[in-house]
Unconditional design. Structure first.
Length: 83
């Protein structure tokens, strides 16, 4: 093993862990958004609020670009659920 290999392996591991958390957060946000019932159905407003809080909690792992994408989606849906 050379001197640079442990550093390279640590960087590689860190990238893999970061990507894992990003994919995990993305899956959670997509699942909660997809589970929101149609407007007017029981618990629709509560599930929408849960989606917003899940997105907020996942912001750090999603990164700005993905967070903004989901934020726009929820902002577009908001008038139908929060009135």
């Amino acid at each position: 093993m050379t001197w640079g290999e442990p550093l390279y392996l640590t960087e590689l591991k860190n990238k893999a862990v970061k990507r894992y958390y990003q994919v995990d957060a993305q899956n959670k946000v997509e699942a909660v958004i997809n589970s929101i019932p149609n407007p007017g159905e029981p618990e629709a407003a509560e599930m929408f609020a849960k989606a917003e809080s899940t997105l907020g909690a996942a912001k750090r792992h999603l990164g700005d670009e993905l967070h903004d994408k989901y934020r726009v989606t929820l902002d577009d849906m908001k008038p139908e659920y929060i009135g």
